[in-house]
Write a protein that binds this ligand. Sequence first.
Ligand SMILES: *Cc1c(COP(=O)(O)O)cnc(C)c1O
Length: 427
Amino acid sequence: MSDYKINTKCVQGGYTPGNGEPRQIPIIQSTTFKYATSEDMGKLFDLEASGYFYTRLQNPTNDMVAAKICDMEGGSAAMLTSSGQAANFYAVFNIANCGDHVVASSTTYEGTYNLFHVTMRKIGIEFTFVEPDCSEEELEAAFRPNTKAVFGETIANPALTVLDIEKFAKAAHAHGVPLIIDNTFATPVNCRPIEWGCDIVTHSTTKYMDGHGAGVGGCIVDSGKFDWMAHADKFPGLTTPDDSYHGITYAEKFGQAGAFITKCTAQLMRDFGSIQSPQNAFLLNLGLESLHVRMPRHCENGLAVAKFLKNHPKISFVTYPGLEGDKYYELAQKYMPNGTCGVVSFGFKGGRAAAETFMKNLKLAAIETHVADARTCCLHPASATHRQMNDQELVAAGITPDLVRFSCGIEDAEDLIADIAQALDKV
Ligand SMILES: *Cc1c(COP(=O)(O)O)cnc(C)c1O
């Protein structure tokens, strides 16, 4: 599929049925797989032969869908995970161990921030958070001798900052470590970070990729471009024998293209088991088949809503990277010329109370912790997802107490604007 355009990959990537085989991807609803001899199975366990043995590690349905996302992102290998959280945890933990350090953008999604700042700290991995628009010098200063990766989001949820991918890739590579980017909000339809120097892409497929609020899921895509062996001392997990897998050295046996995902499957999926169910992978694939049709409408609606709010007397600010004059407009034009996403953030001259009144009066837009759904939904982060943050942390994450995150679905823009207008009248 790799010569086809992204639109074609969305529809047909990942699975090409043979003669008489099902047109739609089969759901392999089986925990296990049968073999004729113990020797056959032994080869699988030794990673001497490829094949399936247990769905906690790998499942054919999942792999078809992972192959599609891999193709869409322009990667060399990919795997599905049970959630976006699992994808980000695995992507980092696959190369950073106890005693290691990671540089991350300060505006990452709250769940990711908490995973890094609280939970991964408990297992001995330190994070330094930098503003996404920090200077090259500030970025440089964040690195330590034990830094193993740099992490950011193409478009941050919900801060809507746009990452200067080339700047972060350059800094990461100067220190011999990979850049990991969570591309959930842009999707590969609008941005393919690998084309800009990113090494590993992650997704919460729960959002636009699924698109219908049907299944929680995640994905990790490896570009195959990072040379682990050239920085062998930094990444012993990939470049020295794995005693838990018969002494295999992943970077030698599976090369640059396959080492990262093979290790992530053989070790982390084996031990943590955060696998996506094949049913959910099937639903995700249905979503992916129309992603390239939905994304432009999400962006069109996002822009229409942003323009309406920009001129409204009760609104104090509008953040939408696709809106001319936005702080990140130029970066968005560079990395996402065809559109950014459907999520718009804005604040009220009346502060937190005005935001609460507005939320109460919406009719079409539903209050949900979800975003990036075909149906419009919205959230007041300060009283929901981000309620455990203090004001300082809120500001560092790009959030103010009056901020509302409005995720434009694919309904008619006129109806969305009418709903917003009537709720604003009550403020
Ligand atoms: C939602 C989200 C996640 C977490 O994904 P889940 O599927 O909810 O676990 C990670 N990153 C971003 C940017 C998100 O929007």
